[in-house]
Design a protein around this ligand. Structure first.
Ligand code: CTP
Length: 393
């Protein structure tokens, strides 16, 4: 999978460093040439000798204890790809701001190659605004971030923050090097639409746009040109161009204008099915009594794309509550290629979470349920599935 590829593995100081040794082994087994760069803190968790024994090369740890006068540029220029695993909160902060006070960050700055970052930390640290700001910048700068996953953490805690398994990191670096969606044009819809009642109020839903964002980011990290039509805050990422919309009508117009040029359209948005027929021009007043709000249907964005000739490979979503029977019905009746169903009433699967448990249906009614995964992992599996199912001809 990685035959002859030159991979720099950067290891920072978290307990998941013990898994980085196994990651080095998996990279070697996949045929890569591996050189490691460790922070001082990483060596508190796993000795440099371990990485030397696995890769056949002594890791670089300090700027000044090498025979090489410029170890960071040597390594950076040598790399076909670089991985930072685990990436601690401190390492991500330094990476986000370019603070190269250790040789790992220096190497990341010197490298022109794709960078895969696998964060690992406690849930509280991961969810802090500072960490989220840093990760957003790292992604905007073009890095591919995998994880963190949900599971056991240091000290017996459980939550999101666990480094993804080495196999997932090997797959991410292989995908980054293959760029298997190079030349593909992808359209993603995301977020929940807002339909005005009056200038102040709207009919909306609880969709956060996180699932659609993850699908867009994953496609871009695999080399696709992505158009994201969204009513939610978008990710900033090279390769993702954003069209911001608010209503179902605006989403329909933007989507239909773009979809004809796309290879794949993934409709992850939660589009309102009904809108007020005559939104009020001025704010409704309490003392005017109970308003009667007449509704009318909105355009079916997905159906419009399904009716195009030719049409892109089309993936629909179905947010259900309780039974997924509705998702199965949609998969078999909507003239689409795949349908991703989830039960938004289930813990960990709802709107605004970072995780999702989905069942993927094909039009013939076959179904495959995936375990509870981060939305990014769902996105990654979904793209694997789309690529396997879609023949671009
Ligand atoms: N969708 C759309 N335009 C709409 C409504 C839905 O493009 N006006 C898309 C969604 O983005 C999703 C799929 O259609 O990919 C299914 O949405 P859903 O609301 O579950 O489908 P409905 O047919 O409206 O089903 P329900 O009977 O549950 O309302």
């Amino acid at each position: 999978m990685l035959t002859g590829r030159r991979i720099v593995l950067g290891v920072s100081g978290g307990v998941a460093a013990y898994k980085a040794a196994y990651l080095a082994r998996r990279l070697m087994e996949a045929g890569a040439k591996v050189r490691c760069v460790l922070t001082d803190a990483a060596t508190e968790f796993v000795g440099a000798q371990t990485f030397a024994a696995i890769t056949g090369e002594y890791p670089v740890v300090g700027f000044f204890d090498e025979a090489d006068v410029s170890p960071h540029t040597t390594l950076g220029q040598w790399a076909d790809a670089m991985i930072i695993a685990p990436a601690t909160a401190a390492t991500m902060a330094k990476l986000a701001s370019g603070l190269s006070d250790n040789v790992l960050i220096g190497t990341a700055l010197a490298a022109e190659a794709p960078l895969v970052v696998a964060p690992a930390m406690h849930t509280e640290m991961w969810s802090k605004p500072a960490t989220q700001r840093n990760i957003a910048e790292i992604v905007a700068d073009g890095a591919i971030v995998v994880g963190p996953a949900v599971g056991p953490l240091a000290g017996g805690d459980v939550g999101q923050g666990r480094m993804v398994e080495p196999e997932a990191i090997v797959a991410a670096v292989a995908a980054a090097l293959t760029r298997e969606l190079d030349g593909w044009r992808v359209l993603v819809t995301a977020g929940g639409t807002r339909e005005a009642i009056d200038p102040v109020r709207y009919i909306g839903n609880r969709s956060s746009g996180k699932m659609g964002n993850a699908i867009a980011v994953e496609a871009a990290s695999r080399g696709a040109d992505v158009v994201l039509v969204t009513s939610a805050p978008p990710p900033a990422m090279a390769g993702v161009s954003v069209i911001s919309v608010e209503t179902a009508q605006e989403m329909a117009e933007a989507t239909w204008a773009q979809a004809g040029d796309c290879d794949v359209a993934v409709m992850a948005a939660a589009v309102a099915d009904f809108r007020p027929k005559n939104p009020e021009a001025a704010k409704l007043r309490r003392n005017e009594g109970l308003p009667a709000i007449d509704l009318e249907p909105t355009p079916d964005v997905l159906a419009g794309v399904a009716a195009m000739e030719p049409r892109p490979f089309l993936v629909g979503f179905a947010a259900e509550t309780g039974s997924l029977d509705g998702a199965l019905r949609k998969a078999t009746s909507k003239d689409i290629d795949l349908l991703v169903g989830n039960d938004v009433a289930k813990t960990g699967s709802g709107f605004a979470t970072d995780t999702n448990e989905v069942t993927v249906y094909t039009p013939d009614g076959s179904a495959e349920t995936w375990p509870l995964l981060t939305k990014r992992e769902v996105a990654s599996r979904l793209w694997d599935r789309i690529i396997a199912s879609y023949d671009r001809g």
